[in-house]
Design a protein around this ligand. Structure first.
Ligand SMILES: Cc1cc2nc3c(=O)[nH]c(=O)nc-3n(C[C@H](O)[C@H](O)[C@H](O)COP(=O)(O)O)c2cc1C
Length: 210
């Protein structure tokens, strides 16, 4: 059985609605892939679009996809980080993420990088899927920044949940923003996501091939 069949069967059986034991089993199955980036393809940003990438990444996969987007769009980029670092221990991190999600706790965040959000009209918003939704630190961030009148293009890395409920939650959290169809990349495939990123950008009118 190949990886896609395993994932398809997992979805068909509702595996990812069964909690973290199944998730951890899949994480250990798919965790260690070593991959190489595809050659850079020149793209151009459509006129009038001022693009900013904002992302949170705990273990680096989402950062990798953010860098692919930046390579193709030349957007500026900033990182959301927790004010109190999240645990490095995986089990403790899963426990914390589940607790924050179930209690709807909004952890304090900081933004690494200096930009005025008013200067941009397209926001790429990146995050890993945690506990079948966006990490609560993204909810904290969107509690302060609503991006009214702007386009938000969500992207995530994940291990089988796809975008989960993130597009619906974004529509609720940012009701006056235009939420574009999101992009979900397998965490272990983040370093070879260039073609998927390029197709997604093109499909959303966010870049043109030069
Ligand atoms: C606390 C925690 C919870 C997670 N929950 C899910 C989940 O519900 N569904 C899923 O597909 N992947 C889940 N994952 C896997 C991550 O989404 C995946 O490894 C992602 O690529 C990590 O991104 P990062 O390296 O940018 O932090 C979880 C990972 C962690 C650490």
């Amino acid at each position: 059985m190949n990886k896609n069949e395993i994932v398809h069967r997992a979805h068909a059986k509702g595996k990812f609605s069964h909690g973290r034991r199944e998730f951890l089993r899949f994480a250990s199955l798919f965790g260690g892939g070593l991959v190489f980036a595809k050659p850079f393809l020149a793209m151009a940003r459509p006129k009038g679009m001022k693009m900013l990438i904002i992302y949170f990444s705990h273990s680096g996969n989402t950062r990798q996809v953010a860098r692919e987007i930046q390579a193709l769009t030349h957007a500026e980029m900033v990182e959301i980080m927790p004010q109190i670092p999240f645990p490095e221990n995986y089990d403790k991190l899963v426990e914390l993420a589940e607790k924050q999600a179930s209690e709807h706790y909004l952890p304090a965040f900081k933004v690494e990088g200096h930009v005025d959000f008013n200067d941009f009209n397209v926001i790429f918003l990146g995050f890993p899927i945690w506990a079948y939704t966006m990490p609560m630190i993204i909810y904290s961030f969107l509690d302060k920044h609503k991006f009214a009148g702007k386009k938000i293009a969500p992207f995530c890395t994940q291990m089988g949940s796809g975008l989960a409920d993130s597009e619906d939650r974004l529509k609720e959290l940012c009701p006056q923003a235009d939420i574009l169809p999101g992009l979900a990349i397998w965490g272990s495939k983040a370093a070879e996501s260039s073609q998927l990123v390029k197709d997604w950008l093109k499909n959303n009118g966010l870049c043109q091939q030069e």
